[in-house]
Design a binder for this molecule. Structure first.
Ligand SMILES: [Zn+2]
Length: 416
């Protein structure tokens, strides 16, 4: 109840930079106000609070011994423009409830509990994402050795350098937020599902097996442009008609997996030349985005898709150029943590845990480069996210808090 109310409170001015909608970009006034409010709730939950060199907010609840390594809960404090109240924020707020519960019972573990609120998961201010997460994971220098991100600008022309300076920080200095491996025992992220699976199955929460492997292509189809009134149907090499056939065939291939391994494929963008009413389209460029829980499943689907593009193009005498654009490996959750979270979820819900793939990226996929990681998904209404209509049931959030609490105890038991 309190967790949802807190997220709701943070959905408005002064925690948003816009009056009529929620927009909380990294290092904006709403972001700073949010850090203040969340800091207060962390302290009330028995935590000490600090900000690191990447402007992340970190709360710490000590373990049985001082300086013990930490089990780190995390999620992001920023939001997209016209976003929802629970994306990111709920992961931080729910973790505070978990710690508050332990604090009330004065229950402590052989490890400390920490909660990190990351700054720029969404990349809603600058054209880059998860810099602050990469700083903590210690991979910021590896990904961008010269801090070239420093000169990127927001829509008002403010550079990242300048935005950091207002908080007394520097781009190169961000790397000092790095945590050492020996300092952390696990990373746990709770997040709204941003998908419809849990709701469709009537479940409050689910366990994430990993973040999807992703592949993107750009496809260029080249036919023959011609007069729409005089070019005979039998002689046409219509690039858009070919693209239409390909799009529907891609949908059919993806549907044939029936959700297996979280396989999805999307044509999200298409441009048509010359794009006028009285000309048969000569050229089309479109994108393909394919994702699945494993690279093997994704690549099998992609192979079928590429083969069908070749076939349809050949039959229609269209030239097809297929350009690979991105190939991101999937990020599996740690098997041991997964097993513990699965046990916690079945215990709390009284039914076997639903295991699902995250089609979206999260802070967890960066943190996995440093420390074993696992994620918990919380049902959200109709799977809607990045939208003011985002909604959760407070009963579901309570179940999530219980499962995370149970998980921490199980984790302590196996480490004993
Ligand atoms: Zn998010």
């Amino acid at each position: 109840m309190r967790a949802v109310a807190r997220c709701d409170l943070l959905g408005e001015v002064p925690f948003s930079d816009e009056v009529d909608l929620l927009f909380r970009p990294w290092l904006g006034p709403g972001f700073h106000a949010t850090v203040e409010a969340v800091s207060g709730w962390m302290r009330a939950a028995g935590m000490t609070v600090r900000r690191d060199n990447a402007a992340n907010l970190i709360g710490r609840y000590e373990g049985l011994t001082p300086d013990a390594p930490a089990l780190l809960f995390g999620s992001h404090l920023d939001s997209v423009r016209d976003g929802g109240r629970y994306d990111g924020m709920l992961g931080v707020i729910a973790a505070i409830e978990v710690v508050a519960g332990f604090h009330e019972r004065d229950e402590r573990f052989p490890f400390a509990l920490e909660i990190v609120g990351f700054g720029d998961e969404e990349g809603s201010r600058f054209p880059v994402t998860m810099l602050t997460t990469r700083a903590v994971a210690g991979v910021l220098e590896e990904d961008d050795p010269d801090a070239a991100f420093a000169d990127l600008r927001d829509s008002e022309g403010v550079t990242i350098s300048h935005a950091l300076a207002t908080a007394g920080l520097t781009p190169l200095g961000m790397a000092a937020a790095r945590r050492s491996e020996s300092d952390l025992v696990a990373y746990v992220e709770a997040h709204i599902e941003q998908g419809p699976v849990l709701e469709a199955e009537g479940r409050a929460i689910g366990v994430v097996s990993g973040i999807a492997a992703q592949r993107r292509y750009e496809v260029k189809l080249h036919g023959t442009a011609g007069h729409a009134g005089t070019m005979a149907m039998g002689l046409r090499r219509d690039a858009l008609a070919a693209a239409a056939e390909i799009v529907l065939a891609i949908e059919k291939i993806a549907q044939s997996y029936d959700g297996k391994d979280g396989l999805v494929a999307t044509v999200g963008s298409m441009r048509v030349w010359p794009g006028v009413v009285n000309v048969v389209p000569g050229d089309v460029v479109f994108t393909i985005d394919a994702r699945a829980g494993s690279a093997a499943t994704r690549d099998a689907a992609v192979a079928s898709i590429l083969e069908l593009i070749e076939n349809i193009a050949a039959r229609r005498e269209i030239e097809a150029e297929i350009i690979p654009r991105e190939n991101l490996a999937g990020v599996p959750c740690d098997p041991e943590l997964l097993r513990l979270l699965e046990a916690a979820v079945s215990d709390v819900t009284g039914q076997p845990a639903r295991i699902l793939v995250s089609g979206a990226g999260h802070d967890a996929m960066i943190m996995a480069r440093l420390v074993p990681m696992v994620m918990l998904f919380i049902r959200c209404e109709q799977g809607i996210s990045h939208n003011p209509a985002e909604a959760v049931l407070s009963g579901d959030v309570d179940v999530a808090i219980q499962a995370l609490t149970d998980f921490v105890r199980r984790f302590a038991a196996v480490r004993d």
